[in-house]
Design a protein around this ligand. Structure first.
Ligand code: HAM
Length: 425
């Protein structure tokens, strides 16, 4: 038997109803904040991610699905392509390519699959889905303002509340400008040199390649060492500090709770200043539902104009997981009516009636005239329909149909014109 590839999975009904529920709630919220959808290709040049996300990151160094794409003809050059591991680099590439900066501030979102060759576990897949949003534009359009950071974070709080997700925590940090971060990284490197041999294998490697990532280490034995390391807050200059204070001030004014976590560094290199994650207790080890932050230098790193920006990506798989119990009832709309045609020629009559009833925003499913009544009842019950509606020759002649409530067992004969109202009661 051929099975789905390790780390990938099929999303099946009824769970897909939850995904649709999430996506339509998300689109509604985005609309209220004037975000518009962008769709970019799921593969891009490998160079985009190497330059955008950073050569030293785990994502680029270890996790990308990359291949040499052969040209089709002599004249057609081959090139290295990669399945997108995240959406931000592609969106900023599109921003530059289509000169979206000419429009002023852009508020963009995209929903789709991302690919990372990680070790699969609960909440971690090799094909997973992100709901990604970005605010990007020239500084003159206000893209650099702390008001944008706060707006985005407030929108996320609204969204999670609206989805009925409780007990989320917003963890907030400032990772400084790239110059500040470089100084911090150097200070970490120096502080780690004499102690790194006492740390886990990952930390020993990171202490050399990317000291910032040591702060992410979850090994209990390493924590006392990490606690004594320098803090990013000691390296922020006045502008960065002011920016961070202003974000916090707005969040307090609008009543969005947060915790400062000065060890939050994020796994992508493009971040500057504000960085954040929303975590959720029910998710276990992979507890980040979403992450994001500012990336004020990314456009320039990709050869574009200065274009400060901030964004986030929600892990949709994890969002759906944290929602599973609370919202499945709301998302799952079972059929209102199962229409059971009874006897030859009744498929057409049942179809006509179903067409009429669906105009009243009812959810209907339809049987077949060859089914015996017993089979129709069994099917209707299995589908979780509220009513079964019998369409037989006598009913059609009388223009009145037998409607049975499957939960209570009550059965009434209802004239055609009153059916929709009766079902909606
Ligand atoms: P990220 O933190 O790498 O950020 O990913 C964002 C979210 O995607 C994570 O919090 C997690 O929920 C989900 N996620 C990541 N990897 C996996 C996986 N293997 N399986 C399931 N879910 C996963 C970014 O990707 C940035 N582009 C976010 C951003 C947008 N920053 C600025 N704008």
């Amino acid at each position: 038997m051929i099975k789905a590839v390790r780390g990938t999975r099929d999303l099946l009904p009824p769970e897909t109803a939850l995904w649709n529920f999430v996506e339509s709630a998300v689109r509604d919220v985005f609309r209220a904040y004037n975000f518009q959808e962008i769709r970019t290709p799921i593969f891009e040049s490998t160079e985009l991610f190497a330059r955008g996300v950073g050569e030293e990151t785990d994502i680029v160094a270890k996790e990308m699905y990359t291949w040499e794409d052969r040209g089709r003809a002599e004249s057609d050059k081959g090139q290295s392509l990669t399945l997108r591991p995240e959406a931000t680099a592609g969106i900023v590439r599109a921003y530059i390519e289509h000169k979206l900066g000419d429009r002023g501030l852009n508020k963009l979102y995209c929903i789709g699959p991302m690919f990372r060759r990680e070790r699969p576990q609960k909440g971690r897949y090799r094909q997973f889905y992100q709901i990604d949003a970005e605010i990007i534009g020239p500084a003159s359009a206000g893209s650099e303002s702390p008001a944008r950071d706060a707006e985005l974070l407030e929108m996320l709080a609204t969204l999670l509340d609206r989805l009925g997700i409780k007990n989320w925590t917003l963890e907030l940090n400032s990772v400084g400008s790239s110059a500040e971060r470089a100084r911090f990284n150097e200070a970490l490197r120096i502080a780690l040199a004499p102690v790194k041999d006492q740390m886990c294998a990952d930390c020993q490697r990171r202490a050399v390649t990317n000291p910032l990532r040591v702060l992410d280490c979850k090994h209990p034995e390493d924590q006392p060492i990490i606690e004594k390391l320098p803090r990013i807050s000691q390296f922020l200059d006045e502008d960065s500090r002011k920016h961070f204070d202003a974000v916090q001030q707005i969040l307090r004014a609008v009543g969005v709770e947060f915790q400062i976590n000065d060890r939050l560094v994020r796994g992508l290199d493009y971040y500057t200043r504000t960085a954040f994650e929303f975590t959720h207790g029910a998710l276990g080890a992979q507890n980040a539902i979403l992450g994001g932050g500012r990336y004020d230098g990314l456009s320039e790193a990709l050869g574009g104009p200065p274009a400060p920006g901030i964004g986030f990506a929600i892990g949709e798989d994890r969002l759906v997981m944290s929602l599973q119990e609370s919202a499945s009832a709301a998302a799952l709309r079972q059929p209102d009516v199962y229409v059971a045609p009874l006897g030859a020629g009744m498929n057409a009559e049942a179809a006509r009636l179903a067409r009429e009833l669906r105009r009243h925003d009812l959810v209907l499913d339809l049987g077949d005239e060859t089914f015996r009544l017993k089979k129709s009842f069994e099917t209707a019950t299995k589908l979780g329909a509220k009513y079964i509606l019998i369409v037989g020759e006598n009913e059609v002649k009388a223009e009145s149909f037998a409607l049975k409530n499957l939960a209570t067992g009550d059965q009434v004969s209802v004239p055609r014109a009153e059916l929709a109202r009766k079902i909606q009661e």
